[in-house]
Write a protein that binds this ligand. Structure first.
Ligand SMILES: C[S@@+](CC[C@H](N)C(=O)[O-])C[C@H]1O[C@@H](n2cnc3c(N)ncnc32)[C@H](O)[C@@H]1O
Length: 207
């Protein structure tokens, strides 16, 4: 029987997840935001942890663990198995939990990254990222381009109504600014027949 919860739907998907597609998105997101090697980073709604694992692979042994949070135990289990190649067992701090709010203190993160998940989380997520980021900290997220998004019936019912999918890179930057971020910059990533908007921005401080 198929689960009707969002976590259950992703648990069911975990073993057949399109890792190649999400690895490419993770690579583009990390390149667009370019976190520093010692930055405190969260991978929000990490799924199988494409972002967390790629980051962890390139960080020094002394770096603090990348926080990787997801609702789906099945996706986290796949992520843990796939991250076995990361040398330090503590390089990723995996958590099965709602990613909103993030389990961190106010102003404690340097970078928040969120790949292919914001449209499930809703606008409460960027509000929480502003709480969690230090002033000047950076955020990066990806969203599917509205014109190319074809969610299955199973997932369409779980989409947040308060996150508008962008039709252009510019729309994504405008929305990031509406959420309170500064210096938003976006680009469209072409992946076969799919299109994804990648956005980076900065927490301006002064809240
Ligand atoms: C399309 S997947 C993307 C996963 C991953 N970021 C990637 O790039 O492969 C969406 C993920 O969002 C997670 N998710 C949705 N809502 C969530 C929430 N409120 N808290 C934590 N995870 C959530 C799902 O469990 C799923 O793993």
């Amino acid at each position: 029987m198929q689960s009707t919860t969002l976590a259950g739907a992703f648990d069911d998907l975990a073993d057949s997840y399109d890792h190649r597609h999400h690895e490419e998105i993770a690579r583009a997101l990390i390149a667009w935001v370019a976190p520093g090697p010692a930055d405190a980073v969260a991978d929000v709604a990490c799924g199988a942890g494409a972002v967390a694992r790629q980051l962890a692979q390139s960080r020094p042994d002394t770096a603090r663990p990348v926080l990787a949070v997801d609702l789906s135990p099945g996706m986290i289990a796949v992520g843990r198995a796939r991250a076995a190649d990361v040398e330090r067992a503590t390089a990723i701090d995996w958590r099965v939990a709602d990613a909103v709010p993030l389990p961190v203190a106010d102003r404690s993160l340097d970078v928040v990254l969120c790949a292919s998940s914001l449209h499930f989380l809703g606008r409460r997520a960027p509000a929480d990222w502003r709480r969690a980021l230090r002033p000047g900290g950076r955020v990066g997220f990806t969203l599917p381009l509205a014109t190319h998004f074809r969610p299955s019936e199973r997932f369409s019912g779980h989409l947040a109504r308060d996150v508008p999918l962008p039709h252009t890179a510019q729309e994504a930057s405008v929305w990031a600014a509406e959420c309170g971020f500064a210096e938003a910059a976006s680009r469209v990533l072409v992946l076969g027949t799919r299109r994804v908007v990648v956005t980076s921005a900065r927490e301006p401080g002064g809240r």
